[in-house]
Structures are given as structure tokens and as C-alpha cells.
Design a binder for this molecule. Structure first.
Ligand SMILES: *[C@@H]1O[C@H](CO)[C@@H](O)[C@H](O)[C@H]1NC(C)=O
Length: 249
């Protein structure tokens, strides 16, 4: 088609205006084709993402309700005593879920710093897989920051201390204390503060890998603490792969 046009133009030159018209037509058609192909490609990706999003629920092992009950039982058994609370939670979970179903990290001395959204604390990673993670997170000093925009639902079970939260449009703070759960639905953002000392059992379910950049951004743009980055990556990778090997997505 294009070749023919060129031939016709060279065989019978019709003036500059026609040539310009022909040359303008060609890239416009090309761009239109790319647009159509791009549109169908995006539509396909969107459908695949919707399918993946619909099936992800079948891979959940934990559920927010029973974790909340375990957190409340731990708080009731040893109020204010974090080492005992952590032992209680791990003991309960490892007795409830067989290792063939889900991999849990038994090493509760494996703590590492976590900087994200301007807040700083430490975490012990109990479980990490593609669709769930469970950590103990907190600091005895208090911290404050941005919750992050997450592709997972987040359940923050307070163990000791208080967590405060705020959303634009409100004039009051939300207050969560020991035994309370602060549910941050997927996509919702808040400012939060772990007022003075606070530790929590944080459970996230949804697509976990897209949450990792938020967990890493402060390292690259602020702390430059690559030791912590390395430790976080090794631990998270080890747990995710360990879970994949037993078929826990
Ligand atoms: C774990 O804690 C829950 C909630 O308190 C309780 O119902 C359950 O019996 C506990 N399981 C074990 C194995 O201790």
C-alpha cells in the first residue's frame, strides 16, 4: 500500500502538498494500530489481574478473626510482658497450623529494623508468603509516619502501648490499645503514630510482593542502611521460598 503510493508519487509527481499528505497518513495509521494493540493488551492484563485477584483468597491460611483472638488471649495472659506475649503467639500458631500447611519462623531473636513511610521500628517476621505476612512490629520509643498505599488488607493487633491514627476530614484521632485491632483496608491510607512505646502483631493479606518497595524506599532515600536491607531481603526471601516449596502461595 505504502509502496504503491510512493511509486504513484514518483511516476506522476503531483506537487508538494500531495506528498506531504501521503507521508502524514502513514504514521497516523501506524499509531492507530499500536493504540488498538495496546488497548487489547491492557484489557487482557486487566482481565488476568482480575482473575488472579479473585483466586488469591484460596491461598490464605490465617484469618483475621482467629489471629485477633490469639492476640487478645496473649495480652490477657501476660499484660505488658512482650517476651511472654511473643512466646504465647508463636506457641499457639505453631500448635494450630501444621508445618506441612504453612511455614513459620521459630527464631524470635531474629529482629531487624524496619523504616517505612517515615516511621521506624523493629520487626520479627513470623511468616511471609506471596499472599500473607505476619510480623511483630514496634518500638519502645514511639514513632510516627505514613501507612503506605498497600495492595493488601492490613490488620494491626495492638499488644502493648497505643497506636493512634488519623485521616483527612477528621478532627479526632483514632486510638487503638492492647487487644484492639486496627484494620486498614487495601488502598486506604492514614497517618499513624505509635504513641510512646507500642508493639503489635501485624497481619497482611492480599498481594504481598507489591508492598515490598514501600518497605525498601526509606533505605534507598534516607537511611542507606544496607545491612538491614540485606537482612530483610534474606529473611523475607527465605520464608517466601520456604513456603512456596510446601505449596503455600
Ligand atoms: C490458640 O488461641 C485461641 C484463641 O485464644 C484458642 O481458641 C486456641 O485453643 C489456641 N490454640 C492452641 C493450640 O493453644
Amino acid at each position: 500500500m505504502v509502496k504503491k503510493t510512493t511509486k504513484a508519487t514518483s511516476a506522476a509527481p503531483q506537487g508538494a502538498a500531495d506528498v506531504i499528505l501521503q507521508e502524514e497518513t502513514r504514521p497516523t495509521v501506524g499509531r492507530y494500530m499500536y493504540f488498538v494493540i495496546g488497548y487489547f493488551f491492557l484489557a487482557f492484563c486487566w482481565q488476568m489481574a482480575k482473575v488472579a485477584d479473585a483466586v488469591k483468597d484460596r491461598w490464605y491460611v490465617f484469618d483475621p478473626e482467629s489471629l485477633h483472638q490469639v492476640a487478645q488471649a496473649a495480652v490477657a495472659a501476660a499484660p505488658g510482658d512482650m517476651p511472654a506475649i511473643v512466646d504465647f503467639i508463636y506457641g499457639n500458631l505453631s500448635a494450630t497450623y501444621p508445618p506441612s500447611q504453612i511455614r513459620l519462623n521459630p527464631d524470635n531473636t531474629e529482629w531487624m529494623f524496619n523504616n517505612a513511610g517515615g516511621a521506624m521500628g523493629a520487626m520479627y517476621l513470623i511468616h511471609a508468603s506471596i499472599t500473607e505476612y505476619l510480623i511483630i512490629f514496634g518500638t519502645p520509643l514511639g514513632t510516627e509516619g505514613h501507612s503506605g498505599v498497600h495492595t493488601a488488607d492490613d490488620y494491626f493487633n495492638i499488644l502493648v502501648g497505643e497506636q493512634w491514627a488519623f485521616q483527612p476530614g477528621s478532627y479526632e484521632k483514632e486510638v487503638y490499645g492492647p487487644g484492639d485491632v486496627h484494620h486498614l483496608p487495601r488502598g486506604m491510607v492514614k497517618q499513624y503514630k505509635m504513641h510512646e512505646g507500642c508493639f503489635a502483631l501485624e497481619y497482611a493479606r492480599g498481594w504481598i510482593p507489591p508492598m515490598l518497595p514501600f518497605g525498601y524506599a526509606d533505605t534507598f532515600f534516607s537511611t542507606l542502611d544496607f545491612f538491614t536491607l540485606w537482612k530483610t531481603s534474606v529473611t523475607t526471601g527465605r520464608e517466601m521460598i520456604g513456603n512456596l516449596l510446601i505449596g503455600k502461595i
